[in-house]
Design a protein around this ligand. Sequence first.
Ligand SMILES: *Cc1c(COP(=O)(O)O)cnc(C)c1O
Length: 449
Amino acid sequence: MSRNDEWMQRDIASLWHPCTQMKDHETLPVTPIRRGRGVWLEDFDGRRYLDAVSSWWVNIFGHANERINARIRDQLDSLEHVILSGFTHQPVIELSERLGRLTPAGLGHCFYADNGSAAVEIALKMSYHYWHNVGRPEKRRFLTITNGYHGETLGALSVGDVAIFTETYRSLLLDVLKVPAPDGFGLPREQWIDEAWEKFAHMEAALERHHHELAAVIVEPLIQCAGGMRMYPPEYLTWLREACDRYNVQLIFDEIAVGFGRTGTMFACEQASVRPDYLCLSKAITGGYLPLSVVMTTDEVYDAFYDDYASLRAFLHSHSYTGNPLACAAALATLDIFEQDSVIEANRAKAAHIERVTAPLRDHPHVGDVRQTGMVVAIEMVRDRATLEPYDFRERRGLRVFQHAMSRGAMLRPLGNVIYWMPPYVIEPEEIDFLAEVTREGLEIATGD
Ligand SMILES: *Cc1c(COP(=O)(O)O)cnc(C)c1O
C-alpha cells in the first residue's frame, strides 16, 4: 500500500470534507498533501501538483513562503493570541492603519473576524443596525444581483444565489431582493458595457421601488467567483454607487475573493473609482496562511454606533479569534511583499501571458466563452457553441478535467462546466504554459463525446 493510500483510508474513516459528496470518494480518492513549496503541492508518494486555484483562492505568494513564515515565527514568540475586546496588539493596529491607506479614502474603521462568511454577516448586521440607530428601522432588507456568492452561513447564504448551495435551505433564509446579474457571458468584451447598462435598468428599478425598505445592496465587484467566474465591467459599480447615493441605500462590496490584486488592481473597486460603505476582505489577506477577515467602514457608520453605553447602540458582535495576532502578522508580511516586489505591476505581464496562451481555446467547438480579469481566467465549456446551451450538470464534465489535470500534475478544480485558473501570483511563465497544455488536453477529454 502506498503512503497516500494509508492516509486516504484514515481520512475517510474520520473526516467529513467541505463542499463534498462523500460517496464520490469511493471512486475518487482524496489527495493527502505532505508539503507545499511555491505553486507546487506534493503528496505522500512524491507526486507534485501545480496549485492553479491558489488552494481555494487564498494563496497568492506560494506555499511555505519564507518571508511570511519568518514573520509568523517572530510573532509566535511574542504573542499568539489575545482577546480583542478591551485589549489590542501591535499587528492588528499596524494592519488596520495600512489597510486604511491602501483602500479608497474614508474606510478608516476596521472590524475583524476570522472568515469571509463572518465578514458578510457583520456587514449585513451593521447596515441593518445603522438604519436602526439613525431612526430608520424600516430599512431592513437587502438587494443583490443573481448568481452571487457571499459565504455559507445563513445570512451570507441569503444574499447569495448559487442554487446548489442555497436551494436546500431556502425556507431558512432572509427574504432578499435579486435583480439580473450584469455579466458579459458569451459576449465579446466590447459589448460588456452595453450588456451591463441594460441589466442596470433592473437595479435602478428595484432601488426606485424598494429604497424605503432597503438597508443595503451587496455585490461581488467585477467577478462573481463561486458563480462560475462570471465577469462584468467596472462601470456597473460606478452606476451602482451613484444610484445608491441617490436612493439613500448603503453599498457593501464583498471583495473577499477579488481583493489583494486578483483583478489587476489592489482592490476591484479602484477600477470604478468608488468607495463602498462596507468593504469585506478575507482569503488572500494573509497570503493564504491563516483565517482572517475584516469589514472596513466609514466615519458615518461608526458615528451612528458611538454613544453612551446605556444608549445600547453599540455593535455587540464578536468571534473568539477576532483579529488573531498570528493572522495579522501574516497579513503584514503579505502587504510587505506587495510593496517590495511591486506585485501589481509584475502581475500585468503574467496576466498578458495568461491571455496569450488561453486565447486559442476560444476556437474549441465546445468552448462558449474565454474571459479574463487580471489574474483570473475562465474557460466555459458548453454543449452547443452557437446557442451557449450548457452541458447537463449530471454529466460532470468538469470532474473529468479535474481528474485529467491531477494525472498530469496540476490542480484544476472546475466550477461545474467552468474551467478556471486563479493561480498564486508567483507562478512562472513556463508554469503558465504547462497549465495551458493540461487545460487543452482536459478540454478534449471532457468534451470528447
Ligand atoms: C469565499 C467567499 C466568501 C466566504 O468566505 P469563507 O471564508 O469561505 O467563509 C464570501 N464571499 C466571497 C465573494 C467568497 O468568494
